[in-house]
Design a protein. Structure first.
Length: 54
């Protein structure tokens, strides 16, 4: 007999989006179909083609 119920499967909301690179669920950037967390985005942004404005 299980002591607890397994978490329900999320269909929409913040718990659904995952980072395509590391798999974390917090601070996922969905714009332009990126689906990267902010840490991974900072590492890959220059190689993807994003530039930092002054």
């Amino acid at each position: 007999m299980a002591k607890y119920r397994p978490p329900k499967i999320r269909k929409h909301g913040r718990g659904v989006q995952r980072c395509m690179r590391c798999g974390t669920r917090d601070a996922v950037i969905q714009k332009y179909g990126l689906y990267l967390c902010r840490q991974c985005f900072r590492e890959l942004a220059f190689s993807i083609g994003f530039r930092k404005y002054n």
